[in-house]
Design a protein around this ligand. Sequence first.
Ligand code: NAD
Length: 260
Amino acid sequence: MGILAGKKGLILGVANNKSIAWGVAQAAKREGAILGFNYLGEQMEKRVRPLAESLGAEIIEPMNVSEEASIDAFFAKVKEKWGEIDFIVHSIAYANKDALQNRFNTTTREDFHLALDISAYSFIACAQRAAPLMKEGSSMVTMTYLGAERAVPGYNVMGVAKAALEASTRYLAQDLGPDGIRVNSVSAGPIRTLAASAVGDFRKLMEKSARGAMLKRNVSQDEVGNTTVYLLSDLSSGVTGELHYVDAGFHIGAGDTGAE
Ligand code: NAD
């Protein structure tokens, strides 16, 4: 029996087999969960559907988190099919590539709104549809990065969005706590994915990250998946509003000081 045996949950944000959400989905399935997935548009469906089907997904439906009607339609299907859910994993972010390549000082109002809307507000939007379907002991997890707390070259407006996402996690934990719903964020170290390719000089970021990490390496999707599964499970029943790092210990160090 796995630690998610009998639990039904939504994995939001698989784009392909490199996605962090895919690492979470595989770990959740291994631990006995029954899964539902969203995909962003027809282009993504081609990749997401076969992956989701390989894990026996019971729900595979479109959802664009920038459209209220699309979020409503997705959760209406979830309610119709399952009635109740035990967890959601929010692993969604987007920013204009220019905003991550140019100087932060040049961020436009439009770039700011877009990044904050898709990468931070969407968690609140999903949480407000999911919560009425959740009973005591349910769990929500979102994915964040250290660029929320520190100025990381090239992370720019996404760092601002992640700061809002982390604050939203705490306020959702406060708001949903009385209903017995827990809300946590996982701060993952850099991993090569589709979204990561938009970050300026990501290769250098990965090298520095491995050098500065206590474990002297980067982390994998599977490692993020395993930690997320713990936060989704009853093993973390006393944990909410928490920011849990899966970064091989990078955040406790002085970073890549170049001293070695
Ligand atoms: P990814 O590209 O595989 O996943 C990003 C997902 O966001 C994709 O599935 C994409 O379809 C989805 N998305 C974007 N706009 C959307 C919209 N309007 N509606 C619905 N979905 C939308 O990349 P990833 O690295 O796995 O990213 C997942 C999460 O992990 C993101 O929040 C990211 O910021 C975070 N994260 C990534 C890293 C990293 O180094 N890769 C590190 C820490 C945190």
